[in-house]
Design a protein around this ligand. Sequence first.
Ligand SMILES: [Zn+2]
Length: 223
Amino acid sequence: MGSMRAPVVVISAIVVATSSTGSAQEAVLLLPLSCAIAEVDGTPVVTQEWISRQVEHANAIFEPARVQLSLLDSRPLDRRHARLEDRNDRHALGREMVRDVINCFVVGSLRDVDDPTVFRQGVHWRPRGIAGGHFVIVSAIAGQTVLAHELGHFFGNGHSETHDNIMSYNRGDNPPVFDESQLRRIEQRARHFIRTRELVMREQLVLPLALLHGVSRRRTPQH
Ligand SMILES: [Zn+2]
């Protein structure tokens, strides 16, 4: 893993369909995501595959909002960010942000700032001194849907009390989902981020739903 210093391009090609089959209603917003992975002794705290699985889970859950994440790159993050102990450690990541993308920082540990006996799996954070700036932090101990949950916050959702909602801490056996109002908020917020150029879609980043493969179109889980 020590040799993976250069950014890894995960998606190599995305086809744009501009034909009549791709109506505006079916268009999917493919938003740029950039991950920085903390290293300890030159070893990333998670593997590239681990990141890809988090993104896959997020995309499956975000699909009904017609919003998908495109992992542009995955780069090393200096070891001083490997263990986040307090608010200042989180704020310090603001200086590591990349413009025009959703920033995700993967760290070795993420201590709760209110209860120091607790370690968090992830958080959505607004760094001090960067107007409007926000990013997600995911810990190496995170379960498979933690990136999806934190991105749920990124797109304006609070917590939910509903069983099996992705924004709830109360999960059962069913795959977690967003409800209709959350899905609407995500799509609206995504469009807002594009309009204000907080997020800049790369070329060829709009594609019709039918071209997305490997992503379930079901809104309700079957098991
Ligand atoms: Zn949360």
